[in-house]
Design a protein around this ligand. Structure first.
Ligand SMILES: Cc1ncc(COP(=O)(O)O)c(C=O)c1O
Length: 441
């Protein structure tokens, strides 16, 4: 069956081995390849490697190919645009499809308009732009971000990132003035609360302590957060976290930046994760899933907030017409069927996976929205001690069963397949992981 895995060589196969050896000699050693997959082709939710092995892809190029690999309508949109105009530089000249995408994003944005949109090429650029807009507009220089958050790796966004120390080690000094506070990670609440006793201490620390001691509130330009943490471990906060953030930000004139680079574009079963919580940021950072694999990012802000003047910020490639054409078709496909599919298949998967902590002692928590699902692996369900070794072993065993999954955070497995995922594919993944969990020593 073309939609499910089929392995025809031991892994890695001979061609994969040869390419990996060349890669190790020529390509940056900073990449973190988890297993030896050398991709040659992709179709829907499947990836075929150079030796002809077919894998089921639960990563979607790290939450990027929302419409699946090489969706025919995306390929067609790219081809048609490439015949007309490949590059012009939206920084210096006008072209229509960039305007059309900005108009569309304004209609879709989770906060009231009017809006303006800045285009870049990657998630980190969307965040750099958001930081600069916040400083420019507010005249304030400081930021609040969350432990576990991932916002990118350029110097500005890296200053906000607090996901793994290896991402920051030896790169200091970063942009000064960023204070990190605990995220609403309820399974590991740093305040040892339960959902019933929680009074959102993770936000209240701002007024109760930080603003009184080390961080004057009127120096804070923005609070930056992922409405659902991605790299930090697929963590879903409770709605009251957002209500409290909104209250504190409004009271102190602080902007809210929602980083929807990973959780946006339909992945959670709504266009934006923010919509699950009625969260209305001032600035929205979008990338990854927006254009089905071509490099594009967008920073959408309230028009009164994006008040910078010509020359303040720009990018040669940002809003490239071919990537924009792919984005317009991606959005059409998402709205026509894929967001609803993500919701339905996500619900189906979640209903099945939610039983896992009862069936498998190493599964501590299962959480998620739509097709953004995290499975936390622990040494002991009572102590909740993270079990990174077992988590990594599961990822490796899944690879050898033809399923591509990755980790997130210290000990979580993430499922972020293309939003085209079928019931059959979802059940195949669940059944295979159940067999692997049952067999795990
Ligand atoms: C939430 C979030 N923000 C920002 C980024 C950075 O995106 P990029 O790698 O495209 O720069 C990522 C990447 O994983 C992300 O998950």
């Amino acid at each position: 069956m073309r939609n499910l895995p089929e392995l025809i060589t031991p892994l890695p196969g001979p061609k994969a081995q040869a390419i990996i050896a060349r890669d190790h000699a020529a390509v940056s050693g900073s990449y973190t390849r988890c297993y030896p997959l050398v991709a040659e082709r992709g179709e829907g939710a499947t990836v075929i490697d150079v030796d002809g092995n077919r894998f089921l892809d639960c990563n979607a190029g790290i939450a990027v190919v929302a419409t699946g690999h090489c969706h025919p309508r995306i390929v067609q949109a790219i081809e048609q645009q490439a015949r007309k105009l490949i590059h012009m530089s939206g920084t210096d000249f006008y072209y229509e499809n960039m305007v059309t995408l900005a108009e569309k994003l304004s209609v879709l944005a989770p906060m009231p308009g009017p809006h303006r949109t800045y285009f870049g090429n990657s998630g980190t650029e969307a965040i750099e732009a958001a930081m600069k807009i916040a400083r420019y507009h507010s005249g304030r220089d400081k930021f609040i971000a969350f432990l576990g958050g991932f916002h990118g790796r350029t110097m500005g966004s890296l200053s906000l990132t607090a996901s793994k120390y290896t991402q920051r080690a030896r790169f200091s000094p970063l942009v000064p003035g960023v204070t990190h506070i605990p995220y609403a990670y309820c399974y590991r609440c740093p305040y040892h609360q339960t959902p019933d006793t929680c009074t959102v201490e993770c936000v209240d620390i701002l007024e109760a302590q930080l603003f009184k001691t080390i961080l004057p509130a009127d120096e804070v330009a923005a609070i930056v957060l992922e409405p659902m943490q991605g790299e930090g471990g697929y963590v879903v906060p409770p709605p009251k976290f957002f209500a409290e953030l909104q209250r504190v930000a409004e009271k102190h004139g602080i902007l809210l930046i929602a980083d929807e680079v990973q959780c946006g574009m339909g992945r959670t079963g709504r266009m934006w994760a923010s919509q699950h919580f009625d969260f209305k940021p001032d600035i929205l950072a979008i990338a990854k899933g927006i254009s089905s694999g071509l490099p594009l990012s967008a920073t959408v802000a309230r028009a009164d907030v994006m008040d910078w003047k010509p020359g303040a910020h720009a990018s040669t490639f940002g809003g490239n017409p071919v990537a924009v054409a792919a984005a317009l078709t991606t959005i059409e496909l998402l709205e026509q069927e894929l967001i609803e599919n993500a919701r339905q298949i996500g619900e189906h998967l979640m209903a099945r996976l939610k039983e896992w902590p009862k069936r498998f002692p190493q599964v501590g928590d299962v959480r998620g929205l739509g097709l953004m699902i995290g499975i936390e692996i622990v040494k002991n369900q009572t102590t909740r001690e993270p079990d990174q070794r077992r988590r990594n072993a599961l990822i490796d065993a899944a690879f050898h069963s033809g399923i591509l999954i990755l980790g997130a955070g210290e000990n979580t497995i993430r499922l972020s397949p293309p939003l085209t995922f079928t019931l059959e594919q979802a059940d195949f993944v669940a059944s295979t992981l159940e067999q692997l969990l049952a067999r795990q020593p």
